[in-house]
Design a protein around this ligand. Structure first.
Ligand SMILES: C[S@@+](CC[C@H](N)C(=O)[O-])C[C@H]1O[C@@H](n2cnc3c(N)ncnc32)[C@H](O)[C@@H]1O
Length: 232
């Protein structure tokens, strides 16, 4: 999502607050406002993930489940998708069931696998997951820097807002993700220039991660990167 363009965070100076304009965007696109639907950032993460994901793969914050579906249908990885939003879990689970049914019957255009599908669990970040169980962890986090006065406290805010710094979900994620990674595992994190790209890299480096950029795209008001982190 080129979210900053839509929220006015790029300094448009309008009276409209971030919360209002994100909602307006959702309604202009005919999007429902309770579950984040695939956008530019989702596509970028999926593109990088299809090239990298292997073994046991976790997508944190799966939203509609679209990224998890791409990985489950286009790679040999076994995929678990999680979200804190129960509506997102429901939608992702429906998507997973549809994919599984299509792949078992051979009717799915999406996949050549006959066992494509993925598990969906409700979780707050990485809390319920055991140590060293995932080979790949994916996350397109809520990253919009949000003025506390403009927060509106619903599931779309949970999907979009990274708090005042934009990094209020990214930092606890980076604090804990090393714990769930199997030896040699990788993290693919979507990072926006709005969030403070260098700040995210420095935070990860201080927690023992080295990085490389898998894909990067520039939009009029932000640059989105998918950064691959590996433990040193
Ligand atoms: C930007 S959306 C990305 C959705 C989807 N992965 C995609 O790329 O289209 C961020 C997602 O993270 C979820 N989320 C926010 N806070 C979370 C948390 N503490 N634990 C798990 N998921 C969370 C939101 O509900 C939302 O679905």
């Amino acid at each position: 999502m080129t979210r900053e363009r839509d929220t006015g965070a790029g300094g448009s100076g309008g009276a409209e607050g971030p919360a209002d304009s994100a909602r307006d965007l959702a309604s202009r696109r005919g999007m429902e406002t309770s579950v984040y639907q695939p956008a530019e950032d989702s596509e970028l993460l999926a593109r990088a993930a299809v090239g990298h994901a292997e073994g046991r793969t976790l997508e944190v914050g799966t939203g509609s489940g679209w990224v998890a579906e791409q990985v489950a249908s286009e790679t040999a990885a076994s995929v678990v998708a999680s979200d804190v939003n129960p509506g997102a879990c429901r939608q992702a689970r429906e998507r997973a069931e549809r994919l599984r049914a299509e792949s078992e019957s051979g009717t799915g255009a999406e996949s050549e696998r006959t066992d494509a599908g993925f598990e969906v669990v409700r979780a707050d970040l990485l809390a319920p997951f055991a140590d060293e169980v995932f080979d790949t962890v994916l996350f397109n986090p809520p990253y919009l820097p949000t003025d506390p006065d403009n927060e509106w406290d619903d599931w779309m805010e949970t999907a979009l807002s990274g708090g005042e710094s934009g990094r209020e979900l990214i930092e606890p994620f980076l604090d804990d993700v090393g714990r769930v990674l199997a030896p040699g595992g990788e993290v693919l994190l979507l990072v926006s220039s709005l969030t403070g790209y260098e700040d995210v890299l420095a935070y990860a480096e201080a927690r023992g991660f080295s990085h490389e950029v898998a894909v990067q795209e520039s939009y009029p008001f932000e640059t989105l990167s998918v950064v691959v982190f590996s433990q040193n």
